[in-house]
Design a protein around this ligand. Structure first.
Ligand code: ATP
Length: 445
C-alpha cells in the first residue's frame, strides 16, 4: 500500500468510516465494516445514484432481487463454466497471484518488485471459479448446491418479463438495482477496493438491436457526468475502452470509468454492451419468452442490453481518496481535511457553543434544533474550539457554526467554511438560507 493510501485508511478508521471486520479476533481478510460516519456516506452515495438513475428518469425502474437464486441461473448465464480468473503460484515466495494482474502485484519477498521481475518461478495458470458455493436446506448433497450471487445483474435478467408485464415500460428502458455481491477473489487489497463481499449498483438498459452502440456511448457519458457531480475531480477520471482481448464472455464492448488512485489508474465502474447474450441464454435455458413485440417489424425481438455496473464500496473509496488532503494552513499548521461534496458529508453543519456557559450552550442547542430539520447536524461542546474544528475537517463537515458572547448580544453567529477556512458573521435567523445557498454553490477544482 502506498503512503498516501495508508493515511487515507488510517483516517477512515480514526474517524469511524471503515473498520476491519471481526477485528477483535484478528480480522477476516478483505472484509470491512462501515462505522457511524461510513454508513452515512455509503447511504448518501447509494441514494444519490438511485435518485439520478431511477427517480429522476422516466425510462428506468427499480428492482430488489434476492441474493440466493436457482443454481440453473448461473449455469445458463455462463458463470459456472466461465466466471474464472487465472491463478498462478510463485514457487519461491509462495505468493498466489492473478495471472492477468501480475504487473500490478507485489512479490511477497522482494517488496519493490512484481512477480514478473523478482526472478521467482511461477506455475502454469489454473482457472479458479470466483463464485462462493453453499447449500440450501438441511441436505448436504450436490443437488442442494447454490451460489452467492457474484453480480446483481442476473436478478434483473430473470425478472425482465415480470417487469414488462407489471409496469408500463417500453423498449428502450432500464431496470436498476443495488445490492450485495460475493466473489472469492484470488487476490484482494486496496482496503475496500477489492473485497470478497461487496455491494454493486447496476442498471440493465434494454434497447432495440442496432441502437445499442448509440446507447453505449450515451451511458458512458451519463455515468462520467454522475461521477463528476459527486464532486470527484474531473482530471482524476477517465474512460478507457476495453481491448478485444479483455472483454468478458458476454460483452460486445466495454468502457471502464477509471480513477487515478494513489497506486495509479484503476476501474471504478464498467459500462458494458452485453448484446442479447443474457436474455437469449435465459430464454433458451428456461423455455420462457424473454422478447418484446416490435410493432414495426411485426416480430418478437430479444433486446440488447447496456449495463453501467459500479461498486458502492469502490465508489466510497474513490470519494474518500479524492476528498483527502493534508494541507498547510496560512498560520503554518498542517491539517487533514476531507473536501467532500456537501451532499455527501455525513455531517453538513456542526454547531458549537464557544464555551459551556453564559447562555451559549442554550443558544447553540436552539440553533441545532432548528437546523437539524433541514441538514445533517451535530452539536458538540467538548474540548477546545480548535480541536472541534479539526475533528470536523477530518470527517468532512463543510460548515461549523459557533455561538459566542456576541451571539447572545446581537444574534449573529460565526460560520466557518471547511475548504477556504473563511469565517463570516451571519444573523442566526438567516442561517438556514445562508447554508442552503452555500451548499448549492459548492464547487471544487
Ligand atoms: P476486476 O477486473 O477488477 O476484477 P471486474 O471487471 O470483474 O473487476 P465487474 O464485474 O465489471 O468487475 O464489476 C462491476 C463493478 O463492481 C466494478 O467496477 C467494481 O466497482 C465492483 N467490484 C467488482 N469486484 C469487486 C470486488 N471484489 N470488491 C469491490 N468491488 C468490486
Amino acid at each position: 500500500m502506498t503512503d498516501h493510501m495508508e493515511r487515507v485508511v488510517a483516517l477512515s478508521k480514526r474517524r469511524g468510516f471503515v473498520f476491519p471486520s471481526s477485528e477483535i479476533y484478528g480480522g477476516l481478510q478483505a472484509t470491512y465494516d462501515y462505522g457511524p460516519a461510513g454508513v452515512e456516506l455509503k447511504r448518501l452515495i447509494k441514494d444519490d445514484w438511485w435518485r439520478d438513475m431511477v427517480r429522476e428518469r422516466e425510462d428506468v425502474v427499480g428492482l430488489d432481487a434476492s441474493i440466493l437464486m436457482a443454481a440453473r441461473v448461473w449455469e445458463v448465464s455462463g458463470h459456472v463454466a466461465g466466471f474464472n480468473d487465472p491463478m498462478v503460484d510463485c514457487k519461491t515466495c509462495k505468493g498466489r497471484f492473478r495471472e492477468d494482474k501480475l504487473e500490478g502485484s507485489v512479490c511477497l519477498k522482494k517488496k519493490g518488485k512484481t512477480p514478473l521481475e523478482c526472478g521467482g518461478e511461477l506455475t502454469e495458470p489454473r482457472l479458479f471459479n470466483l463464485m462462493f458455493k453453499t447449500k440450501a436446506g438441511p441436505i448436504d448433497e450436490d443437488a442442494a448446491t447454490i451460489y452467492l450471487r457474484p453480480e446483481t445483474a442476473q436478478g434483473i435478467f430473470v425478472n425482465f418479463k415480470n417487469v414488462m408485464d407489471s409496469t408500463r415500460v417500453k423498449i428502450p428502458f432500464g431496470v436498476a438495482q443495488q445490492g450485495k455481491a460475493f466473489r472469492n477473489e484470488i487476490v484482494t487489497g486496496g482496503q475496500i477496493f477489492r473485497m470478497r463481499e461487496f455491494e454493486q449498483m447496476e442498471m440493465e438498459f434494454f434497447c432495440a438491436p442496432g441502437t445499442d452502440e448509440e446507447w453505449h456511448e450515451y451511458w458512458q457519458a451519463e455515468r462520467l457526468r454522475w461521477w463528476q457531480d459527486l464532486g470527484v475531480r474531473k482530471a482524476k477520471l477517465r474512460i478507457r475502452p476495453h481491448g478485444k482481448d479483455e472483454l468478458a464472455h458476454y460483452a460486445r464492448g466495454c468502457g471502464d470509468i477509471e480513477y487515478e488512485y494513489p497506486w495509479g489508474w484503476d476501474e471504478v465502474e464498467g459500462v458494458a454492451n452485453r448484446g442479447d447474450y443474457d436474455l437469449s441464454h435465459h430464454q433458451e435455458g428456461s423455455g420462457r419468452g424473454l422478447a418484446y413485440r416490435d410493432d414495426e417489424k411485426k416480430a418478437w425481438v430479444v433486446p440488447y442490453v447496456i449495463e453501467p455496473s459500479g461498486g458502492v464500496d469502490r465508489c466510497f473509496l474513490t470519494v474518500l481518496c479524492d476528498a483527502y488532503e493534508e494541507e498547510v494552513k496560512p498560520n503554518g499548521e498542517t491539517r487533514t481535511v476531507l473536501h467532500l461534496h456537501p451532499k455527501l458529508a455525513p455531517t453538513q453543519v456542526a454547531i458549537f457553543p464557544l464555551v459551556k456557559k453564559l447562555g451559549m450552550p442554550e443558544k447553540a442547542q436552539e440553533i441545532y434544533a432548528d437546523l437539524k430539520t433541514r441538514f445533517r447536524c451535530l452539536y458538540d461542546q467538548a474540548g477546545s474550539i480548535g480541536k472541534r474544528y479539526a475533528r470536523n475537517d477530518e470527517v468532512g463537515t463543510p460548515f461549523c457554526v459557533t455561538v459566542d458572547g456576541d451571539s447572545i448580544e446581537d444574534g449573529t453567529v460565526t460560520v466557518r467554511h471547511r475548504d477556504s477556512l473563511e469565517q463570516e458573521r451571519v444573523p442566526a435567523e438567516n442561517l438556514a438560507a445562508y447554508l442552503g445557498d452555500a451548499m448549492a454553490a459548492w464547487t471544487r477544482e
